[in-house]
Design a protein around this ligand. Structure first.
Ligand code: GUN
Length: 284
């Protein structure tokens, strides 16, 4: 029998703790914890993500500052906005929603965010500190996965972990977090040979490739923990993950559903990072 890892339940429990910390911050410092969210253009998926992030802030007692720029905004305009946010003492976290329109230099814009306000955990210093296993703001989706594993009481130490996908946002930080937790980690990607065989050796298998139902039962070891970071549409237009849930569920010990697994944890960890950034800003 497998156990479904309920991301919504874990999120709710964590968000209650985050709200308490946001209230305590306000009581101690007189001002709210603040998150700035910048959206450039009108990509429908990004609009939904941003709306959910703002709603999450409201529910957690975090003040959100939303900035909507037109899709043809100039590089200088976006840079000026981000620079003003870095200097604003009411704002403890800055999130620039990705992807940015193609004419913009995203790297140059993200580089303007100081590490203490980088609640996405994307900047070089935060990534570097993660690799060095030092305290830092960690990318939200992989950190959400680690929180779920911890809260489920799943032992990572000494286990074989396989991450499918090597993106800077998910795959790479995920691998580092698992390594920092003493797993033996393999990262697979589009050029990996014998991918199915490598996956079938995993005690913990994390799929983050963006291909609908890519992971099938033959790629899963009996009793493995399967974490599905994917968010795709299947041939019928139905929301599905990177894992073929129906075939894999009979083989694994734990599995995250899509929707309702990793997804809710991503915004929760953004709120978590924002409160953490605020607390650290007054401690320095
Ligand atoms: N677009 C998709 N996921 C993310 C994320 O985690 N952070 C930002 N800033 N943009 C995204």
């Amino acid at each position: 029998m497998f156990k479904l890892i309920d991301g919504k339940a874990h999120s709710a429990a964590l968000r209650a703790q985050i709200k308490e910390r946001a209230c305590a911050f306000k009581a101690a410092n007189g001002n709210d914890v603040g998150l700035a969210v910048v959206l450039v253009g009108n990509d429908p998926a990004s609009q939904v993500y941003v709306r959910n992030k703002i709603k999450g802030c409201e529910e957690a007692g975090i003040k959100s500052f939303a900035y909507y720029l037109p899709g043809d905004a100039a590089q200088e305009e976006v840079e000026e906005l981000v620079c003003s946010l870095t200097e604003n003492g009411d704002i403890h976290g800055i999130l620039v929603q990705l992807p940015l329109p193609k004419h913009l230099d995203a790297d140059k814009i993200l580089k303007l965010i100081p590490k203490g306000k980088d609640v996405d955990g994307f900047c070089e210093e935060n990534i570097g500190n993660l690799c060095l296993n030092r305290d830092c703001l960690v990318a939200c989706t992989p950190n959400g996965v680690m929180q779920m594993l911890k809260r489920e009481g799943i032992e990572i130490k000494g286990k074989r972990a396989v991450v499918i996908g090597r993106s800077n946002i998910v795959g790479k930080p995920m691998a580092m977090l698992l390594l920092n937790a003493d797993a033996t980690v393999t990262v697979c990607h589009s050029k990996t040979q014998n991918l199915a065989k490598i996956c079938a050796e995993a005690d913990v298998l994390v799929a983050a490739i963006g291909k609908a139902k890519f992971v099938t039962a033959d790629m899963v070891k009996d009793g493995a923990v399967v974490i599905d970071v994917g968010m795709n549409r299947d041939a019928d237009g139905k929301l599905c993950g990177d894992v073929d849930f129906e075939s894999v569920k009979g083989k694994c010990s734990y599995i995250t559903p899509v929707p309702g697994g990793v997804g809710p944890m991503t915004i929760t960890m953004l709120l978590y990072n924002t409160v953490t950034a605020a607390e650290r800003s007054v401690r320095i």
